[in-house]
Design a binder for this molecule. Structure first.
Ligand code: ADE
Ligand code: ZN
Length: 334
C-alpha cells in the first residue's frame, strides 16, 4: 500500500540532474567510458559523502559528473531519476542541468541536452510524467562564460523553460549575472536562482530586484529579514526548499530546526524538493516524510506543499488546474 505522501500527486521543482547520479551508475559509466574516478568501490563513494558545507559537496559533485561523456549517459542518468521520481508520485519535474560542468571538459552542449530530451520524452511515454529543463549557470564562473552558454543553447531555446543560477553562493551575488539574466528574459525564458541557501537575505532581495526571478531556490535565510518575508508572502513568490540537502550541507543542524514550518506559518509558497538526491540521502517523498516527521506537519500542510509545487511550477494555467484537481480527488479518498 502506498503511503499518503507517496501517492499524493506532486511536482519536483528543484532537482539537479547531475545530483541524481547514484554511485552504482557512476561506477558503471566510469567503466563504460574508461574514466578513472578516485574511489575504489560504491561503498567508498558513499563514505565520502560527509559534507561540512556547500563547497565540500560541490567538489565531489563536479568530480562525479566526469563519468558523463556520451549522449546515452545523459539519457540513462535522467531515466534513472524519472523512474525514482515516478515511484514517489512525481507527475511533473522541472530539472536543472549545468551545461558548463560538461562543456568545460569538451562535451558538446548538444550531447548533454539531446540525451536529457530523449529521456524526458521516454518518461512522458512510460510514466505520463511531464518535465521541463532549467539551464543553470555556474555562479563561480564569469558572466561572460554564462553568456557563452546562452549562445550555445540557441538552437534548443524552445526546449528550455528557464535559466537558473547555482554552485558556490558566497562571494558570487546574483547581481554578477544581471545582464545575462536580462538577455535570457528577453528570449522568453523564465528565471530562477539559488539564493539564501548559505548566502545572506540580501542575496534573495538582489535575485528579486536585480535579476527579476520568477522563483527562489532554497531561500532559507530570507527568514532573517521580516520585511523580506512579508514581501515574499504578498507576491506569492515560490521557494523551492530542500530539507535533506539543508541537513547534509549543514545549512540546518537538525531537521527539527528546519525553517519550512515557519515558512508555511508565514504564508510563503514553499515547496519540498530533493536537490541532489543521490548525495543527500533521499528522493522527494523521503524529503516530505523526513521534514513532516521532524516538524510535526499536518496532513493539511503536506497537501499545501503539494499544491504549491504546481502553483509554483512553470506549467501553463490549465495544466496547474488539472493537477490541483487531481490532488483534491486524491485527498478525498486517501
Ligand atoms: N548545485 C547542485 N546542488 C546545488 C546546491 N544545493 N546549491 C548550489 N549549487 C548546487
Ligand atoms: Zn540546488
Amino acid at each position: 500500500m502506498k503511503d499518503f505522501i507517496t501517492g499524493l500527486p506532486k511536482a519536483e521543482l528543484h532537482l539537479h540532474i547531475e545530483g541524481s547520479l547514484e554511485p552504482e551508475l557512476m561506477f558503471a559509466l566510469a567503466a563504460r567510458n574508461g574514466v578513472t574516478i578516485p574511489f575504489a568501490s560504491v561503498d567508498a563513494v558513499r563514505a565520502a559523502y560527509a559534507f561540512a558545507n556547500l563547497q565540500d559537496f560541490l567538489d565531489i559533485y563536479y568530480a562525479g559528473a566526469s563519468v558523463l561523456v556520451e549522449q546515452v549517459d545523459f539519457h540513462d542518468l535522467a531515466m534513472a531519476y524519472f523512474e525514482r521520481a515516478a515511484a514517489d508520485g512525481v507527475v511533473h519535474a522541472e530539472i536543472m542541468f549545468d551545461p558548463q560542468t560538461h562543456t568545460d571538459r569538451g562535451i558538446a552542449f548538444g550531447t548533454v541536452i539531446e540525451g536529457l530530451l530523449s529521456a524526458m520524452a521516454e518518461a512522458e511515454a512510460r510514466f505520463g510524467m511531464t518535465s521541463a529543463l532549467i539551464m543553470s549557470f555556474l555562479r563561480h564562473l564569469s558572466e561572460e562564460a554564462a553568456f557563452e552558454t546562452l549562445v550555445m543553447a540557441q538552437p534548443w531555446l524552445d526546449r528550455i523553460a528557464a535559466v537558473g543560477l547555482d554552485s558556490s553562493e558566497l562571494g558570487h551575488p546574483p547581481a554578477k549575472f544581471a545582464r545575462v539574466f536580462a538577455a535570457a528574459r528577453a528570449t522568453g525564458l523564465r528565471l530562477t536562482a539559488h539564493a539564501g541557501e548559505e548566502g545572506p537575505p540580501e542575496y534573495v532581495t538582489e535575485a528579486l530586484d536585480v535579476l527579476g526571478v520568477d522563483r527562489i531556490d532554497h531561500g532559507n535565510r530570507a527568514l532573517e529579514d521580516e520585511a523580506l518575508v512579508a514581501r515574499l508572502a504578498a507576491s506569492g513568490m515560490t521557494l523551492t526548499v530542500c530539507p535533506l540537502s539543508n541537513l547534509k550541507l549543514c545549512v540546518v543542524q537538525d531537521l527539527a530546526d528546519h525553517p519550512l514550518g515557519r515558512m508555511l506559518a508565514a504564508g510563503l509558497r514553499a515547496t519540498v524538493n530533493s536537490d541532489d538526491p543521490a548525495y543527500f540521502g533521499g528522493y522527494v517523498a523521503d524529503n516530505y516524510r523526513a521534514v513532516a516527521k521532524a516538524l510535526g506537519l499536518s496532513r493539511g500542510d503536506i497537501v499545501q506543499l503539494a499544491r504549491n509545487s504546481f502553483t509554483g511550477s512553470f506549467l501553463p494555467e490549465a495544466a496547474v488546474a488539472r493537477h490541483l484537481a487531481a490532488i483534491d480527488a486524491y485527498v478525498a479518498v486517501a
